[in-house]
Design a protein around this ligand. Structure first.
Ligand code: SF4
Length: 325
C-alpha cells in the first residue's frame, strides 16, 4: 500500500535553535520512517515580511539544510528541497488566487494582528496563507505536522481544496493537521525561544557558547542564593532540564531546588552539560556537512527533482480540470 504523504516546511531563518529541534525537527525525523515526506524550505514565504532581506538568504537556506541533515532527516527517505526551485508552487498559488475570495484571507487570525503591529500591507503578505495552501495541496498531502497555532491555516487549506474540487472536479484530498505536542521551549530570558527575541540556543554553536548562555538564564527571581527555596515550576532552566536531563536527575533537582540544597549555578552547569551532551552527535554531523557544501547543494537539487515529479503530476490534473493547456 502506498504510504500517506506529509508536507512540512520551515522558513529559512538560518541556523536552527533547540526550540526548532524539539518542536518540529525531532518529530519529522520520527515521521520520515512511516510516511512519504516532503520537507520544504519555504524561501518565498520568507519574502512575505522581508522582501528586501535577501543578501544572506542563500546562506540561511544552506544552513537550514545542514541542520535538517544533522538532526537526522535522511534524504533517501524524504525529499528536502527549496520551495522556489519547484515553480509549480507559484502556478498553483496563482490559480487558487482566481477562485478564493479575499475575505477568506483577511479573516486569518494572524493577518490583522501583523498588519497592525508590523505594518505589513503587501499583496504577497495577504496571500501567504494561500501560498501555504498551494504548498500543501501541490503534493496532495494527507497530513501536515503543525502546532495548535497553525490549525486555522490547515482549515483554510482544506477550504481552498474543496472550493477547487467543487468548481472544477476532484483533485485534492482533505489534508489533516498532525498535531504535534510541541514542548514549551523557553529561551534564555524565559520568553518562548525565538530568533527574533535573540534568546536562542542554536544547534550549531560551540559547547562553550551554550554554557555561557545557560549561565545567563533567568531563574526563579526569589531564589537569590543557594539555601533559598526555589520554585522549579516557574524556572526556565528547569523547563529545559525536562527536555535534556534524565528523569531521575530531574526529580532530584526538583526536590533540592525546593529545599534550597541546590544552587542555581550548579543547576545551570548541569543543564549546559546535558544540552551539550545531547547535541554533540548532531554538532559533529553538522561540522562534517559544513565542509561538504557541494553534497548539501546536490541533495537540495535531488530533493527538488523528486518534489517536482509529484508537483507536475498534480498540475497536470489541475490544468486538465481547468481546461488549460
Ligand atoms: S535551582 Fe535550578 S530549577 Fe531551581 S531556581 Fe535555580 S536554576 Fe531554577
Amino acid at each position: 500500500m502506498a504510504k500517506k504523504v506529509i508536507l512540512s516546511g520551515m522558513q529559512p531563518s538560518g541556523k536552527l535553535h533547540i526550540g526548532n529541534l524539539e518542536g518540529a525537527l525531532a518529530n519529522w525525523v520520527r515521521l520520515q520512517n512511516d510516511y512519504d515526506m516532503y520537507c520544504c524550505i519555504v524561501d518565498w514565504h520568507a519574502l512575505t515580511a522581508h522582501a528586501d532581506e535577501t543578501a544572506d538568504l542563500d546562506d540561511r537556506i544552506v544552513q537550514m539544510a545542514i541542520d535538517y541533515l544533522a538532526a537526522g532527516l535522511d534524504p533517501k527517505k524524504c525529499a528536502i528541497f527549496i520551495q522556489s526551485q519547484v515553480k509549480e508552487h507559484a502556478e498553483l498559488h496563482l490559480l487558487f488566487s482566481m477562485i478564493i475570495p479575499t475575505p477568506w484571507l483577511e479573516r486569518v487570525p494572524s493577518y490583522k494582528e501583523k498588519v497592525e503591529k508590523l505594518g505589513l500591507d503587501s499583496y504577497g503578505f495577504l496571500g501567504y496563507p494561500l501560498l501555504q495552501a498551494a504548498d500543501i495541496l501541490l503534493y496532495r498531502a494527507d497530513f501536515v505536522p503543525v502546532g495548535k497555532d497553525q490549525v486555522p491555516h490547515i482549515e483554510l487549506t482544506r477550504e481552498v481544496g474543496r472550493r477547487f474540487n467543487g468548481i472544477f472536479g476532484e483533485v485534492f484530498p482533505d489534508p489533516q493537521s498532525l498535531l504535534t505536542k510541541i514542548p514549551v521551549v523557553p529561551g534564555i530570558d524565559g520568553q518562548k525561544m525565538s530568533k527574533s527575541y535573540g534568546n536562542e540556543i542554536t544547534i550549531a554553536e560551540k559547547p562553550e557558547e551554550t554554557e555561557a548562555k545557560v549561565k545567563k538564564m533567568f531563574t526563579d527571581p526569589l531564589k537569590l542564593r543557594k539555601g533559598d527555596p526555589g520554585r522549579p515550576e516557574i524556572c526556565p532552566v528547569f523547563a529545559l532540564h525536562q527536555l535534556y536531563t534524565p528523569q531521575a536527575e530531574i526529580d532530584r533537582i526538583d526536590t533540592e531546588c525546593r529545599s534550597g540544597a541546590l544552587g542555581c549555578v550548579a543547576c545551570k552547569k548541569q543543564l549546559a552539560d546535558d544540552i551539550n551532551k545531547a547535541l554533540e552527535p548532531i554538532r559533529s554531523r553538522r561540522a562534517a556537512l559544513e565542509s561538504d557544501i557541494d553534497f548539501v547543494n546536490d541533495m537540495l537539487e535531488d530533493g527538488a527533482n523528486r518534489a517536482r515529479v509529484r508537483a507536475q503530476e498534480t498540475m497536470a490534473m489541475v490544468r486538465e480540470k481547468m481546461n488549460l493547456r
